[in-house]
Design a protein around this ligand. Structure first.
Ligand code: NDP
Ligand code: 2IT
Length: 444
């Protein structure tokens, strides 16, 4: 049996009931099969894949907290420290009711290869909880964050494991988590990224994921003799990634027609107004439905998906598996020519294969959204030397990193005979960096 198939069997039997984790592993193993073929004896000899698919450490813990009525609630917290071959574990925390071990394992596994692509010294990890910050008061969110950190602080540190935000974890949550970490450890150190600008945060971290996704898209299109200018873009989601992908897409001259949340989407053929949406989401913590109430040219569609609107470029920015095979067929039928995964694994495997087979220029999440963690890495380095870089400096560095990612994935495609398949290119390039480090560091 092929080595990658043996490993997939192990993953399936050891991680039953974890469909997202299995999906993420299968995609990587399928992509790297040509690399394994060339080096099978050596990789088998050092148990490389067996070690790669097993987290170095994984914890889950009870998180009790008290709501504003005095009622006690118990959520479950997670942190998976997947791989430290390249540096301290690094990856976000997700607070969403759908969080479970499968989601955290899938995100942690993806993070290893994404972080490798940035070229920085960061390993892969992820964490979170099934806590839902939506509709909670600031005090309730603080109570939850303090309880979460009362346990997590034992397991993290600026040179050990550095969490950040993800779905449901933004500036407010990072602030409460940081305060709690400091209270327990007495250390003011770069243990979390995405911190406030006055207390250790980096300029451009808020914008980094969305901006980076646009930089990578522009770089890919440039090689095709194209650009985003004048193109109709669909964005899903209306959170951190969606907002700043929208802002940068508009800056390079694209027209962004949509945004969404889990209740429905907004569509405006004249383009969504970034500042109105930003204020609604970041300052008022509102819903996209309210945007349509404020902006008369916008239409709100309850329940629908943005992918039904004809476009040139699609940018899913919400969550995993939000774009399925039917959506992929609709996009192709409507003339879409390019898709950038800004969220983590937003396209199902079937949708991804269909889009690539139909000649869509497809940028996978682990390359396209790596700008967020890249600027987190830059925040860590600023904290380490207690110096702050300007917005322009960090933003330029982000752009260089995204261009570097394009070069790496394009080169991997060339070398492994999968020209134009950037899913394979990203998986191979990320894998090679991690595999070489694991080989050098012995059986650990
Ligand atoms: P936010 O919490 O800021 O926003 C998430 C958005 O996605 C919201 O509009 C939310 O709608 C929507 N959404 C979330 N879950 C679902 C769901 N199950 N069904 C439908 N809509 C949903 O998160 P981010 O913008 O930070 O993250 C978005 C994606 O980008 C995630 O996949 C994340 O892992 C990824 N990512 C984030 C990075 C970052 O720096 N923040 C870096 C790299 C990747 P609603 O309000 O209704 O829940
Ligand atoms: O998925 C991701 O890369 C993130 N949520 C950002 C992680 C980070 O450490 O900045």
């Amino acid at each position: 049996m092929a080595y990658v198939d043996e490993i997939m069997e192990i993953v399936q039997s050891r991680n039953q009931g974890e469909p997202e984790f299995q999906q993420a592993v299968k995609e990587i193993l399928d992509s790297i099969a040509p690399v394994i073929d060339r080096n099978e004896a050596e990789y088998r000899d050092i148990g490389l894949l067996e070690r790669l698919v097993e987290p170095e450490r994984s914890i889950s813990f009870r998180v009790p907290w008290v709501d504003d009525q005095g009622q006690v609630h118990v959520n479950r917290g997670y942190r998976v420290q997947f791989n430290s071959a390249l540096g301290p574990y690094k990856g976000g925390l997700r607070f969403h009711p759908s969080v479970n071990r499968s989601i955290i394992n899938f995100l942690g596994f993806e993070q290893i290869f994404k972080n490798a692509l940035t070229g920085l010294s960061i390993g892969g990890g992820k964490g979170g909880s099934d806590f839902d910050p939506k509709g909670k008061s600031d005090r309730e969110v603080m109570a939850f964050c303090q309880s979460f950190m009362a346990e997590l602080h034992h397991n993290i540190g600026a040179r050990e494991d550095v969490p950040a935000g993800d779905i449901g974890v933004g500036g407010r949550e990072i602030g409460y988590l940081y305060g709690a970490y400091k209270k327990h450890t007495r250390l003011f150190e770069g243990v979390l990224t995405g911190k406030g600008l006055g207390w250790g945060g980096s300029l451009a971290r808020t914008e980094a994921t969305g901006y980076g996704a646009v930089y990578l898209t522009e770089e890919m299109l440039r090689h095709e003799g194209k650009s985003m200018e004048g193109k109709r873009v669909l964005i899903s989601g209306s959170g951190n990634v969606a907002l700043y992908a929208m802002q940068k897409a508009q800056e390079v001259g694209a027209k962004v027609l949509t945004a969404s949340d889990s209740n429905g989407y907004i569509y405006d053929e004249n383009g969504i107004d970034f500042e109105t949406l930003r204020i609604l989401k970041e300052e008022k913590r509102g819903r996209v439905k309210q945007y349509a109430e404020e902006v008369p040219t916008a239409k709100y569609v309850e329940g629908g998906k943005v992918w039904e609107i004809p476009c040139d470029i699609a940018m899913p920015c919400a969550t995993q598996n939000e774009l399925d095979i039917d959506d992929a067929k609709t996009l192709v039928a409507n003339g879409c020519f390019s898709l950038t995964e800004c969220a983590n694994m937003p396209c199902t495997r079937e949708a991804t294969d269909y889009l690539i087979d139909n000649g869509i220029l497809f940028l996978p999440g682990k390359a396209a959204n790596a700008g967020g963690v890249a600027v987190s890495g830059l925040e860590m380095s600023q904290n380490a030397v207690q110096l702050y870089r300007s917005f322009a400096d960090v933003d330029n560095n982000l752009r260089e990193i995204m261009v570097g990612i394009y070069e790496q994935i394009d080169r991997a495609c060339e070398e492994y005979d999968c020209k134009g398949n950037f899913v394979a290119g990203a998986n191979i390039a990320g894998f090679l960096r991690v595999a070489n480090a694991m080989k050098a560091q012995g059986y650990v």
